[in-house]
Design a protein around this ligand. Structure first.
Ligand code: HEC
Ligand code: HEC
Length: 185
């Protein structure tokens, strides 16, 4: 009857293993929940006019169910106010403070450079493109605009009255520094 003891021993160890597994599963799950910390959504300040949280993941569909089609929102209006917008960070391409309808940029002509090239800037009282626009990829300065900066609209966009598609809590460095100074004694 040695078999009987063997079976009992095996059954007992299987039971023990199951118990340990269950305990580990329970304990592990509860402790990993505790580590998670506060919800990100609670920390980042969300602008008051941002779309409701439920729609943010799906900003393009604006919360409309996938089997329905919503009427398209009105197109954003291009602002033509000659007013520069603040850059969020130093190397941000500035937004274009004027309309650019029918400004042709192709292989043969570049309407933007009519005003923004170094040679013509004074005539049109336009800010000339900065020196980076004359640098090739090895940082060597060229006499004419670099081919990397030829298609202006690759980087520069007109200013519109479009609302942000998703809320964001971005604060630029000046705001951060100002808050830091307030906080310190
Ligand atoms: C008729 C001349 C003219 C043409 C053409 C023109 N611009 Fe301008 N641009 C200006 C002037 C003048 C300003 C200065 C602000 C103002 O008066 O609107 C300016 C301002 C800008 C600025 C803002 C620079 C800054 O420091 O904030 C950008 C960017 C710009 N233009 C890009 C373009 C692009 C891209 C094109 C071509 C699609 C273009 N411009 C075509 C005259 C022109
Ligand atoms: C690859 C991206 C890129 C392209 C293409 C590009 N720019 Fe820029 N532009 C920038 C960036 C980034 C800045 C700001 C930093 C700097 O000056 O390099 C800038 C700055 C400018 C400024 C402001 C200069 C100043 O001194 O403040 C003007 C005006 C401008 N660009 C016009 C143009 C025009 C006109 C074209 C097309 C001929 C053009 N850019 C093409 C990225 C680009």
């Amino acid at each position: 009857m040695r078999n009987k003891y063997l079976i009992i021993a095996t059954a007992l160890s299987v039971l023990l293993a199951l118990l340990l597994f269950y305990a580990g599963w329970k304990f592990g799950a509860s402790s990993s929940h505790a580590d998670k910390g506060p919800d990100v959504a609670q920390v980042a300040p969300v602008p008051a006019d941002a779309p409701p949280a439920g729609q943010q993941i799906d900003a393009l569909r604006r919360g409309v169910p996938i089997d329905q089609e919503a009427p398209p929102p009105p197109m954003a209006h291009v602002e033509n106010a000659d007013i520069k917008r603040v850059r969020a960070y130093p190397m941000q391409p500035p937004t274009i403070p004027h309309a650019i309808d029918n400004y042709q940029v192709d292989k043969n002509s570049n309407r933007c450079l009519l005003c923004h090239s170094r040679a013509n800037a004074a005539t049109f009282q336009a800010p000339p493109v900065s020196v980076t626009h004359y640098m090739d990829r090895d940082d060597q300065f060229l006499a004419t605009i670099s081919s990397r900066r030829y298609f202006c609209n690759q980087c520069h966009v007109v200013q519109t009255d479009a609302r942000p598609l998703v809320a964001n809590g971005f604060r630029d460095i000046d705001t951060v520094i100002a808050e830091d100074k307030q906080g310190s004694p």
